[in-house]
Design a protein around this ligand. Structure first.
Ligand SMILES: C[S@@+](CC[C@H](N)C(=O)[O-])C[C@H]1O[C@@H](n2cnc3c(N)ncnc32)[C@H](O)[C@@H]1O
Length: 272
């Protein structure tokens, strides 16, 4: 009896809950969207599109194009919102990220409160895949922990910039039986992590690859992967680092911003 009562209460609450779909959209090519992503997008009543300033307006435009191309209904509300910049970290990287996530969780809470009715669903279109250097999941967990919005969510995987990079270079991610580290420019500063293996470096505004002095390291670099502006370069790091740096600078000047990633490799598939 009590069990039945509990189930009824739960079902009623479930009816009122807001549903969020955190959808990976790939890295700039609308063809990266999976059938699952398109199907889920079409279950949403509201699509939330982040704007990250004039320089990165292309990112919002790609999301708008995705909606135009894939939304089959015309009664879906598209809500755009501004994302604040994270304060520069100084010595306190963790503190600045924590503060930023908190500010973002309040923005997300307000978006849900203002634009998504109880029992309705909203979609976040997340660049690449939501599990890789993206904080949407963490931020929604903060919203849930605060408890002002009753919200449940699911995550739909997307093509990552790592996959876009390895596909464009036509290389496997790992050497046979050898490890892969995914890291940031800040972390790479301490050197190439393996005797033999692969390091993928993301979020590197400082060109940390320039500090690796090892004749046996190869680099596979890519910028604006998946978009019409894609550029890729590869070769022995010591021979090509200066060219990558120049290409990077010129592309950033031309577009006003850059999004790039690279894979560093040392060793070979088979030891003998
Ligand atoms: C905040 S992370 C987001 C990663 C994303 N969730 C993914 O699955 O790829 C942003 C970093 O991803 C990489 N990145 C994302 N999209 C890219 C693209 N189209 N071309 C090159 N690098 C990209 C860059 O290293 C950039 O600094």
């Amino acid at each position: 009896m009590l069990k039945g009562f509990r189930q009824t209460v739960h079902a009623k609450r479930g009816l009122r809950m807001k549903q969020l779909y955190i959808i990976g959209i790939g890295t700039g090519n609308p063809d990266h969207l999976t059938m699952q992503a398109i199907g889920t997008l079409n279950k949403a009543d509201v699509v939330l599109i982040p704007r990250k300033g004039e320089a990165k307006s292309m990112l919002a435009q790609i999301r708008r194009d995705i909606c135009e191309r894939y939304l089959a209904k015309d009664d879906v509300a598209i809500v755009e919102y501004d994302v604040p910049q994270r304060r520069s970290a100084g010595q306190d990287y963790d503190g600045s990220v924590d503060e930023w996530h908190d500010a973002l969780s309040i923005i997300h809470e307000e978006l849900l409160s203002r634009h998504v009715a109880d029992g309705r669903a909203a979609a976040f279109l997340v660049w690449g895949d939501p599990s890789l250097y993206d904080s949407t999941i963490r931020i929604i967990e903060r919203v849930r922990a605060r408890g002002r919005e009753s919200v449940d969510y699911s995550v739909i995987p997307g093509i990552t910039s790592i996959q876009a990079l390895t596909a464009s270079h036509r290389i496997p991610l790992n050497l046979v039986g050898k490890p892969v580290e995914i890291t940031t420019g800040r972390r790479l500063a301490s050197g190439f992590p393996y005797e033999q293996g692969t390091a993928v470096v993301m979020l590197d505004g400082e060109e940390a690859f320039q500090r690796i002095e090892d004749e046996d390291v190869y680099i596979y670099w890519g910028a604006y992967l998946g978009t019409e502006h894609e550029i890729v370069l590869s070769g022995r790091l010591s021979e090509i680092a200066a060219e990558i740096s120049r290409t990077r600078r010129e592309a950033r000047d031309r577009h006003g911003w850059i999004m790039d990633i690279y894979l560093l490799r040392k060793g070979q598939d088979f030891d003998a």
